[in-house]
Design a protein around this ligand. Structure first.
Ligand code: NFS
Length: 655
């Protein structure tokens, strides 16, 4: 457990309240539940019942003879496959919804972004000309679904990667076939007595990860955009202060945008607003948590209450009437916190039930009625609220940068391009770019590595793109606002001010890391920065990772050519060979490696060193931190300083 629990003042307040009231939180449990030192390093094999075998001390092989290398590689491969399965299943659900819309079986939804649908259709070889939206949606949905069950050949989206990258994958035999096939094969190969060569297992890990990045996740992102709208910047707010004392508070938690989209409509339904008033509430306040929260935030500007480690604490405010969940990252402890208050947890996915929670199963064909039923449940619960405490802490956010918008903001509708970004990387105003993403983990100080790494990178003129729980951390620290530039280096600041964007771009939920792959492809093919993603001066970072999905994202970023560094600790630390295979070994094979580095200062050093090495390999001018000090004419006095910003934003009254 980290010495300091969090850097977030709102979390400090509610954590103290929870502790005083004897409520068990993830922070508390992390103190009392030490990680198993053997499993922590990947040295425990529980894949058969001759064990579990703990490879520690003098025991260097399991009962079957499996070595540390094999056990470690198998464990990592299974984690990555589980991450791919989670994202893949999410993508599949989106394809089912699209099909239902096309068939008229989900009357409450319509295709919001036809242009995006046409774009997806082209990638999936679906004829576009002269076809109605419904015809297109039917074919896109059908082909998308068949990508999950594809048995042979290559995922169609693979062709979206730079040509050189595709060749590397083909030469290594790691081009993904079908999303499901790669997950199943990884589970098979890691079954007792099957694939026993660590290097071979690690290659399959890249393949299954690619089936997520260029398959499940990319389809999830694309279809969500077609159904619910492609992202463009929105302004909104974050943190516990968005809860409202006199309104019915409903929080959406999980990952799918489908039901959440209906809730957005339901909370403005005059009939429900009247019903809320009849119960003494002034209105209905909808907000999000984690990635469902990100989906709502980037598409509708719905405020976000917090990231993973705030999900139980938000309930501990006592101010939430109902938390509606679907799947993934929903800590089981939420239900026990809810039982201290009047809060109702409602599960909605046929895949997820939580003991003690209420289940209201979501169905596409009856979406709005179900959303209204859930809102009514929350309203009915409002009179039961007692003794709530809401910290007066709110932050401003500008979020919602799709790759489409990033191209648009660099030239408008008729001249959209990545040229300005590439030029500014080439001339050194922007030193490079980093994707800083991923979870919270109570083994480190909540939000601290996220924020320190992002601040250091932008100070060094590295443009940061973010998703998931890192994006929420940045939101709460004012790093997602164009007004706050005092952390950005002069070159980056100038570029951001000219375009009018924050130095940290929030691109959505974790499946939306696939947007980053598209941005990188566009940079690589625009010209001037090599011809493959692995040529670009970029890196990936997951400072506070905990989820198997994060490992899968890390692996597909690496397979796509992005050197990636994870914080917290290594799940393969017990095997030097696997540690070598995924870093130096993968660098030889795919031009990028995966490292685990608990010290965030060292992560920053490594990212900057990597970016500079890539700049040198491209024969770009040496980066200089002072070259653009003069041309960035807006001096620190001309924009809102971070301190001024925080002073203004730390009060609900000011918003
Ligand atoms: Ni990502 Fe979303 Fe957060 Fe980690 Fe969980 S919410 S999909 S896995 S914890 S970033």
């Amino acid at each position: 457990m980290a010495e300091r629990k969090t850097i977030d003042p709102a979390v400090i307040e509610i954590l103290a309240k929870a502790e005083a009231e004897g409520i068990s939180t993830a922070f508390k449990r992390a103190e009392t539940t030490k990680p198993c030192p053997i499993g922590h390093e990947g040295n425990c094999c529980s894949n058969c019942f001759m064990g579990p075998c703990r490879l520690t001390g003098k025991t260097t092989v399991g009962v079957c003879g499996a070595t540390k290398e094999t056990v470690s590689a198998r464990n990592l491969a299974r984690h990555i496959a589980a991450g791919a399965a989670a994202h893949g299943d999410h993508g599949r659900n989106m394809a089912f919804t699209l099909l239902a819309v096309a068939q008229g079986k989900a009357p409450d939804y319509k295709i919001k972004d036809e242009k995006k649908l046409r774009k997806i259709a082209r990638f999936l070889n679906v004829p576009v000309d002269g076809r109605t939206t419904e015809e297109l949606a039917l074919d896109v949905g059908t082909v998308a679904l068949s990508e999950f069950g594809r048995q042979e050949g290559e995922l169609l989206y693979v062709r979206r990667a730079p040509v050189k990258r595709q060749q590397i994958w083909r030469q290594l035999g790691i081009t993904p076939r079908g999303v499901d096939r790669e997950v199943v094969e990884t589970m098979h190969r890691t079954n007792m007595g099957t694939d026993q060569d660590a290097e071979h297992l690690m290659l399959q890990s890249l393949r299954v990860a690619l089936s997520d990045g260029w398959g499940g996740s990319m389809l999830a992102t694309d279809i969500s955009d077609a159904l619910f709208g492609t992202l463009a910047p929105v302004a909104t707010r974050s943190n516990f202060g968005i809860l409202k004392e006199n309104e019915v508070n409903i929080s959406v938690h999980g990952h799918e945008p489908t039901l959440a989209e209906m809730l957005v409509v339901a909370v403005s339904d005059p009939e429900l607003l009247d019903y809320a008033k009849s119960k003494g509430a002034e209105g209905i306040n909808l907000m999000g948590m984690c990635c469902s929260g990100n989906e709502l935030l980037v598409r509708h500007g719905i405020p976000i209450v917090g990231n993973l480690l705030q999900t139980d604490l938000a309930i501990a405010t006592g101010a939430i009437e109902l938390v509606v969940v679907d799947y993934q990252c929903i800590m089981q402890g939420l239900q026990s916190v809810a039982e201290h208050f009047h809060t109702k947890i409602v599960t909605t996915s046929p895949k997820v039930k939580i003991t003690g929670a209420t289940h209201v199963e979501f169905e596409d064909h009856n979406a709005y009625e179900i959303a209204k039923q859930i809102v009514r449940m929350a309203i009915d619960n409002y009179p039961n609220r007692k003794g709530a405490y809401i910290p007066d802490i709110v932050d401003h956010v500008v979020a919602g940068f799709s790759h489409e918008y990033i191209a648009y903001m660099q030239g408008g509708t008729y001249r959209e391009s990545f040229r300005p970004l590439n030029d500014n990387i080439m001339n050194g105003r922007i030193r490079g770019a980093a994707g800083v993403v991923g979870c919270n983990n109570p083994r480190v100080t909540h939000d601290d590595p996220h924020i320190e790494i992002v601040k250091e990178l932008i100070r060094n003129d590295v443009l940061v793109v973010t998703t998931g729980c890192n994006a929420i951390a940045c939101a709460k620290q004012g790093l997602l606002t164009p007004e706050v530039m005092d952390y950005a280096g002069p070159g980056l600041r100038e570029v951001c001010q000219v375009i009018g964007i924050p130095p940290v771009l929030h691109m959505g939920s974790c499946v939306d890391n696939s947007r980053i792959l598209t941005v990188l492809t566009q940079c690589a093919t625009e010209g001037g920065l090599g011809e493959d993603i692995s040529d670009l001066p970029v890196a990936g970072v997951a400072p506070e990772w905990m989820s198997e999905k994060a490992l899968c994202i890390g692996a597909y970023c690496v397979a796509s050519g992005v050197h990636t560094i994870f914080g917290v600790g290594s799940p393969v630390g017990g095997s030097q060979e696997v540690t070598r295979l995924i870093n130096e070994g993968w660098t030889e094979k795919v031009g990028a490696g995966l490292e685990f580095e608990p010290d965030w200062h060292k992560i920053v050093e490594k990212v900057l060193a990597h970016i500079d090495a890539k700049r040198r390999a491209l024969k770009l001018e040496e980066y200089s931190p002072t070259r653009y000090v003069k041309s960035a004419t807006y001096s620190p006095g001309d924009y809102l300083s971070f301190e001024e910003f925080k002073r203004g934003s730390y009060s609900r009254a000011s918003l």
